[in-house]
Design a protein. Sequence first.
Length: 459
Amino acid sequence: MFGKLIQPEIEQLISARNWAMLKEIFSDMHPSEVADIIADIPEKDRAIVFRILPKEISYKTFEYLEFEIQELLLKSLGHEEVSVILNEMSPDDRTELLEDLPGQVVMQLVRLLSPEERSVAVKLLGYPEESVGRIMTPDFISVKSDWKIEKVLEIVRERGKEVEYIDTIFATDSDGRILDEITIKEVLLAKPESIVKEIMNDTYVSLKVTDNQELAVEMFKEYDLYVIPVVNDENYLVGIVTADDVIDVIEEEATEDIQKFGGMEALDEPYITVPLLQMVKKRAGWLVFLFLGEMLTATAMGFFEKEIAKAVVLALFVPLIISSGGNSGSQAATLTIRAMALGEIKLRDWWRVMKREVISGLLLGTTLGAIGFLRIFAWTLFTNMYGEHWMLIAFTIFFTLIGVVMWGTFSGSMLPFILRRLGLDPATSSAPFVATLVDVSGLIIYFSIASLILSGTLL
């Protein structure tokens, strides 16, 4: 917010080339605010402004920049400047940057790292995509379980400035296998001559480097943690994942689900930077599929052509019927998919969900049906557009809405379970897909009920 407020002043100082004043202003700002300013200034001035940043905030500012701006800055800065940035960046943020760059560029940048940082970068990049190993940081404080507390405090003082998170300290055996975690509060309150194992309580949870990042998100939610240790197959402590690491994962997953739910393939990069043809390709598949599905609606209406010809008034309610069914199905699908994403329901809960949605559909359908009935009744007081059989038409709409809404809630809630059972992403049972399915089946329900109620009168 602060950066936005002084944006005009920043632009004036850049135009006047008053670098000294700019440096002084940036020194008092948070790196995230500086990143916002750099993102808003013209591209030709970004590298110059970035170069004047104090060293202690330059690499932090770089971490807050969007990937596209990071990439442009790397091209504008000299090798020595890039080397300093990459070496100072936290390992997890650096991995996120490198994994999105072309392979040849990554090789060039890795060569600019110090031997120690190069080893860390290569190791993190070697883990599978979407794995915990890609977002963990290898910087943490670990101590041996047989050490005295006074030695632990010495280690904290020595390494405290080097690591990202010191509130939790990890206890290992002599070989480096994790045994437990202890808090800095427990260390400070313990007697200096005490042994680490005396304040251990064996309550830690851990992740494996090969675990999916979604599992990390679930564990942070379930245990309400700020940091989780990461181990290999032999239970050796190799890194930690912090809450801020999984926030990006949560955002990416939510964005992907929302895009799929909107009836398209998920984008792999920000909307504004996606090539036009690639975006068309990702959207065209679902649109074509849904279009072909909607063609079945015309087929269904053609099947009931005789009924429509005999009672044209039935056609007036087609939009009302199919929209009510589609809307109720979309609601049910949204609720079910979100509950699955939050872990509130599992595959085994399908029966409970179905019962709830069928009852909900009955109540919602009855409500809408009653409104539809009253609407036809009210219109007959002022017009004769529904003829002498208006009450039969009203009952047709009433029972049709109950049936269509119940079918919509049933379909919308069960499709995510079917997709999950088949190993597919439930988000692909998007609102457009559910609406298309219910549109076609809703017409069949409508005209079937109309044939039963209006047979011998209008039909």
